[in-house]
Design a protein around this ligand. Structure first.
Ligand code: UDP
Length: 325
């Protein structure tokens, strides 16, 4: 298959590129490196089935790319961690609206000239549920989002992008799938993007205090990257005409304090906790209902937190050693 991945050198995109190459696909990885690191895909550059395209999806596609007929498009591009998506709120909104519109129009052009719609999978987010009043969150829940808060560029951005994708499905019969990704962690996470898992691991490895925002009793459910990839690839491969949305995440819910304890236990290191103020609109609880993914794909997350943390910690340790050399 000929596959285009926007945001292909980010944490999820780079892992997805590697997996799809291993499965024998031809992978075109598009990124402008706004919030990702080229080094994530450097090892893939020697693979003849891998092409890196430096491009900002707000602009017209390069002509040679526009002329290609892709079988599958994974549309991931968007700054995703709170510090990164809040660096330029308007840019984040534009990536979600204008960027998604550009990619959908491209898919529509491919469908018109080839007679077959590429399958277009859009990665939305659990953030569309905001600070949820329903727990756990199922796909029918419409969310509790502050439309003008500091997270709104991302959560409202993803909501309007979902609307665009769904309207291209209804208006033009585009073959689309919308997946809502819950907190995910693993190797190739960006050490500097401020996410809780990477922050805690790096702080522990550097002998620093772990920064707990608020009282640390807010919850998240952390899924390991391999589980996420299994989920989104099997959804992409689902031939049923089912645009979603579909939650992909683990129902195992932990407080941030639980996570700090686990990171220290798995690293075998000690650290003090440093309590800091809770950022505005930070959701107090988050946990997916994954019955739909189980029913449609036979999928559920399998990797326990301890096991995934161990692999992630090994990755960050090797990065620290590499930098030390
Ligand atoms: N968090 C924390 N310490 C950190 C970074 C994050 O306590 O150093 C908290 C954050 O306030 C949030 C949770 O951990 O409640 C998850 O944050 P993350 O940025 O990883 O993801 P998101 O908020 O998008 O779920």
């Amino acid at each position: 298959m000929k596959v285009l991945i926007t945001g292909g050198s980010g944490f999820i995109g780079a892992n997805l590129s590697e997996r799809l190459l291993g499965d024998g696909h031809e992978v075109f990885c598009m990124d402008n490196f706004y919030s990702s690191n080229k080094s994530n895909v450097e090892d893939l550059l020697s693979n003849q089935n891998f092409k890196l395209i430096e491009h900002d999806i707000l602009n017209d596609l390069p002509e040679d790319v526009h002329a290609m007929d892709f079988d599958q498009i994974y549309h991931l591009a968007c700054p995703a961690s709170p510090p990164r998506y809040q660096k330029d709120h308007v840019y984040t909104l534009r990536v979600n609206f204008d960027g998604t519109l550009n990619m959908l129009n491209f898919a529509k052009d491919v469908a018109a000239r080839s007679g077959k719609s590429p399958r277009f999978l859009f990665t939305s987010t659990s953030e569309v549920y905001g600070d949820p009043l329903e727990h756990p969150q199922s796909e029918e829940y419409r969310g509790n989002v502050n439309p003008n808060g500091i997270r709104s560029c991302y959560d409202e951005g993803k909501r309007v992008a979902e609307s665009l994708v769904m309207n291209f499905y209804h208006a033009y019969g585009l073959d689309v799938k919308i997946v809502r990704i819950f907190n995910t962690y693993g190797p190739k996470m960006d050490a500097d993007d401020g996410r809780v898992v990477s922050n805690f691991i790096i702080q522990a490895l550097n002998g620093e205090d772990l920064t707990i925002y608020g009282d640390g009793k807010q919850t998240r459910s952390f899924q390991y990257i391999d589980d996420l990839l299994n989920g989104i690839i099997s959804y992409m491969e689902l031939d049923e005409d089912f645009p979603g949305p579909m939650n992909i995440g683990t129902p195992d819910e932990f407080t941030i304090l639980d996570l700090a304890e686990k990171v220290l236990a798995v690293t075998g290191l000690g650290a003090d906790l440093k309590f800091c103020s809770l950022p505005g609109d930070d959701p107090l609880q988050r946990c997916p209902n994954t019955a739909l993914a189980k029913q449609k794909l036979g999928w559920e997350a399998k990797v326990p937190l301890d096991e995934g943390l161990k692999k992630t910690i090994d990755y960050f340790r090797s990065q620290v050693e590499r930098q030390g050399k």
